[in-house]
Design a protein around this ligand. Sequence first.
Ligand SMILES: [Zn+2]
Length: 271
Amino acid sequence: MLLLLAALAAACSDDGGDGMPPSDISSAAAAPSPTGTLTPPPTLTPSTAPTPTEPVLTETPVGGPAQVIRYGDTSRKVVAFTFDAGSDAGYTAMILDTLSANGVRVSFGMTGKWAETYPGLLERIVSEGHTLINHTDGHKSFTGNSTGTDGLSEAARRDELNRTEQIVNDLTGATTRPYFRPPYGDFDESVNVDIGALGYTYNVMWAVDSRGWTGIPAAQIAQRCIDLAEPGAIYVFHVGLASEDGPALQSIIDGLRAQAYEITDLPGVLE
Ligand SMILES: [Zn+2]
């Protein structure tokens, strides 16, 4: 049990690089949400082009529980890279330069707070063809498992996701749907239900953690990311300075390509 807890704690610090402090959850005690009045007919497919003028707050479920994914298509030598952005700008510009120089498109897990703080970097991410993952607004644990806090209510979870989607959409016109990345990797079935209802079809976990957040040097990060390659694997990295994932990136790309792996974003391994 202790081992399990230790492992969980380690895994959950996925956010060593991007983790915002799990600040107060007072907003979790959210105001009662409007129920059942004048809700539009259910939309079965989340729109890829949300209309900013229309309030995104809705009680109408648009989908069943999200699917937890760690791999995409395992029949091909292809891997998906995901970079979480939740605290400092860190190595984001370097990461974008490296990706661009190598013709690689990836997915970025974005908090609303980060997007608001670094709109120029967000615009670059989108304009250079990368895709986005909703990493919530304030990086609170939805279940409280890793933070010793109460979990968020359904209304608070919805608010976290909608705020980030609104910010990203206002700034770039892009959407974070249908991808959700749980802060600290914390989720349970109620989270899958709540996010699925908002059009987040995929709860994006990972098969390979660079573990850059533990402070290991870039060469060690690169070696592990190359050694752990598997068809369809989803990788998690962080943009923040606390992790040397950025400086390790070129070596990782070189090493995976030497093994004939294609590197892509989430749509690239899921479609
Ligand atoms: Zn995070």
